[in-house]
Design a protein around this ligand. Sequence first.
Ligand SMILES: Nc1nc2c(c(=O)[nH]1)N[C@H]1C(S)=C(S)[C@@H](COP(=O)(O)OP(=O)(O)OC[C@H]3O[C@@H](n4cnc5c(N)ncnc54)[C@H](O)[C@@H]3O)O[C@H]1N2
Ligand code: MOO
Ligand SMILES: [Mg+2]
Length: 416
Amino acid sequence: MKRERQPIPVFDALQRVMKYEKKGPIEYVPIEEAYRRILGKDIVADHDVPAFDRSPYDGYAIRACDTNGAAEQTPITLEVVGHIGAGSRYEKELKANQAVRIMTGAELPIGADAVIMLEDTEVHESTQTYVDIKRTLHSEQNISFQGEDIAKGDVLLERGTRLHPGMIALLATFGYAQVPVVKQPIVGIIATGNELLEVDQPLEPGKIRNSNAYTLIAQVKRAGGLPIYFGQLSDQVDSSVERIREAMNQVDFFITTGGVSVGDFDLLPDILEAIQADVLFNKIAMRPGSVTTVAHANDTLIFGLSGNPSACYVGFELYLRPVIDQFLQKHQFGLPKSKARLAVDFPKANPFDRFVRGFVKVNDTRYMVEPAGKDKSNMVHSLSAANCLIYLPGGTQGYQKGDVVDIFMLDSEMIS
Ligand SMILES: Nc1nc2c(c(=O)[nH]1)N[C@H]1C(S)=C(S)[C@@H](COP(=O)(O)OP(=O)(O)OC[C@H]3O[C@@H](n4cnc5c(N)ncnc54)[C@H](O)[C@@H]3O)O[C@H]1N2
Ligand code: MOO
Ligand SMILES: [Mg+2]
């Protein structure tokens, strides 16, 4: 069992975790529930859209050649032989000098090759059977042609795409009442620590409320997973082992928070040993979250995240997001990366890579980023303002205001 702590680079840690490549199966969900799910199969058009030539206006379907010479002062009269709204058809063929009253979206009758807008016509009040055409049209004028929007065989959506409302529009257009999506990973969460009170308990001397479990539940949901919260464990190995063994059978990934460091009550290393887990690493050259430990047992990755709230949060975003993305078979794994200019100095040299909770905003078309608040890993306040993580690689003499750095976006909805 790995007990000595040799920090490994962030990228190596990530590679070790991604090697397990757990991928979710495909399931079908009703289209009403498909929003934000990850598409499991390519969607190819099995018909043209529109599926037939149709009118884009309310007016008259006509033969353009019958309108030659027509103008405001010299209208040409046509006989109105039919009247169709969207959804109904004129079953006969349009003959010379005939017109069919047609509504937006209705199928163009056979024989017609143009549509004149209602505003360019005048109906004969007395009979309604004749209409004056006050404009000369050319063939194919004012028609929505079959296949002009989408041609049969077009690839519409690629698997691995996260579905948004515009994509739901396509799925509905092509009759996907049930949508093939990738199953969401079930992520188990357990909090450890004798000091923890549940969220609804009043404060007691020396105790704190368990905030990490609820933060993690929300993070799992944001990443596209389904969290199961298994409650809190006291710092006691035997009972913890039982609970964790049982819980692990029900999940695709498992998270613990707290108890990963070197304190007398930091029992995760003992628990991992008791369940004969294979420890991938137990120290990463990063701040916060250097004690983040990942192990593998029963075909499940166990993420031992720090108890410190900000280290726990960052550990999730750096190591669980990518495995959840991988499970969901998304095109890209992990937080989206961008570049931003630092709005402040970071003068302190640090041997480890830093992931500072940041607040990025658009300033004159460029991203400017600053710390979201106080940055110690045992602090919680700055998490509420953070919309990105500022990546400051270790081994430098610090960073200056104005330097361009990489940032990892936490949530595009939080960028203004
Ligand atoms: N001698 C050393 N001490 C520490 C080291 C070290 O290397 N040598 N590492 C420090 C670092 S860095 C971190 S990060 C923490 C990691 O602590 P643990 O993961 O072992 O977590 P705990 O000891 O259980 O708790 C730490 C801290 O977080 C609070 N906590 C725990 N669980 C929750 C929760 N669910 N919600 C909110 N807050 C929680 C807990 O009360 C402690 O204050 O260790 C350093 N020490
Ligand atoms: O892991 Mo600790 O966060 O480095 O503070
Ligand atoms: Mg500890």
